[in-house]
Design a protein around this ligand. Structure first.
Ligand SMILES: NC(=O)c1ccc[n+]([C@@H]2O[C@H](COP(=O)([O-])OP(=O)(O)OC[C@H]3O[C@@H](n4cnc5c(N)ncnc54)[C@H](O)[C@@H]3O)[C@@H](O)[C@H]2O)c1
Ligand SMILES: *[C@@H]1O[C@H](CO)[C@@H](O)[C@H](O)[C@H]1NC(C)=O
Length: 319
């Protein structure tokens, strides 16, 4: 090769390196500006939250609508003018929720459904489609919480906790997400728990399913937001501390004025407000969100010392 040709190639390679460096620096600058802007926007939205969107006419499906948080969510969604689809394994309590909504002048439909069964979910969905139409807000709420030491959970127990608390979310999302994608909009709400952010004894299978709910919601959020493909499909993952529904049979709380138990009504109001403002993560009470963040930067041993200090958890169920 001639001397000039080699020089030209060298110069060209050099220019490419410079070009890539410039690109990288521009990208970095862009990321920094964007991060600053988003941080300020988040702070602004925390101080002055956006107006909650209307849910008049939305078709809201709530699982576990017969009791507790699910019942309160259904009643309050009904009062806000949504069409409420109530699902529960318990036909009696579910019918009560539906008739209470109708009595208040709201619109509600009830379906008995064991959400741990994929087949029952499919049948209920077909029925909902023919009676009401496509769902626009899906609330995966139904859950169970047997509390006992790890080795006393039978294999059947463990499988059942997973079927009700997490597999049901997969079957429900697979059932309704296709129509969200077709319509270009929709909202998926999942009730995890504070136990889905911070594990505790006597609840190992329960905590595992609640961490899994967070995994499902985080993963799905990433997949749906990729390349900005579905800007109007929203996801909300909810992490309540203890709610006074009877689900927590023997809670142990050292500082009840700090670790506050909420009522099902308060809890539902906070969830619906968060859904209407399109929040992705909701802790109830709200300060738990910052508490968990703080705990997670502590060294492991300090984390445990703080847990010991608060001495808050679940004693095993009475047999
Ligand atoms: N109560 C709490 O302290 C608390 C705290 C954090 C998270 N959560 C979560 O909130 C959700 C609701 O809890 P809750 O306290 O309102 O419970 P709850 O026991 O008061 O009500 C749960 C409802 O779900 C129904 N259900 C149970 N298994 C079902 C199944 N296989 N198919 C259909 N329906 C079924 C029950 O019949 C009941 O009506 C659960 O996922 C729970 O893990 C509760
Ligand atoms: C439904 O719930 C009610 C009230 O908690 C209870 O008395 C009844 O036994 C339940 N029914 C079934 C089939 O579990």
């Amino acid at each position: 090769m001639s001397l000039t040709a080699t020089r030209v190639i060298r110069m060209f390679t050099g220019l490419m390196v410079v070009y890539q460096l410039v690109l990288l620096v521009t990208d970095l600058l862009h990321l920094m500006c964007r991060s600053l802007y988003l941080t300020l926007r988040t702070a602004w939205c925390t101080l002055s939250p956006p107006r909650p969107k209307s849910i008049v006419g939305e078709v809201v499906l709530v699982t576990g609508a017969g009791h507790g948080i699910g019942r309160e969510l259904s009643l309050q969604f009904g009062r806000l003018g949504a069409k409420v689809i109530c699902l529960d394994i318990n036909e009696t309590t579910n019918k009560k929720t539906v008739s209470d909504i109708n009595l208040e002048g709201g619109a509600a439909w009830g379906y008995q459904c064991d959400v741990s069964s994929r087949e029952e979910i499919r049948q209920a969905a077909a029925q909902v489609r023919s009676d009401v139409g496509e769902v626009t807000i899906l609330v995966n709420n139904a859950g169970i919480m047997p509390a006992k030491p790890f080795l006393r959970h039978s294999p059947e127990d463990i499988t059942n906790i997973f079927s009700v608390n997490i597999f049901s979310h997969f079957w429900m999302v697979q059932e309704w997400l296709p129509s969200f994608i077709t319509q270009g909009s929709g909202h998926i709400v999942a009730i995890s728990s504070i136990a889905g952010l911070m594990a505790t004894s006597n609840l190992v299978p329960y905590c595992s399913t609640k961490y899994a709910v967070k995994g499902l919601m985080d993963g799905l959020t990433e997949e749906l937001r990729y390349a900005d493909r579905h800007p109007n499909i929203h996801l909300t993952c909810v992490h309540p501390f203890i709610v006074d529904t009877g689900l927590s049979k023997n809670p142990r709380i050292r500082f009840p004025s700090i670790n506050v138990i909420t009522s099902p009504a308060q809890c539902a109001t906070r969830i619906i407000d968060g859904v209407r403002r399109e929040e992705e993560v909701i802790c109830i009470p709200g300060r738990d969100y910052y508490f968990i963040k703080l705990m997670n930067i502590l060294p492991r041993e300090v984390y445990k010392a703080v847990l010991d200090f608060f001495d808050t958890g679940m004693d095993e169920d009475d047999e």
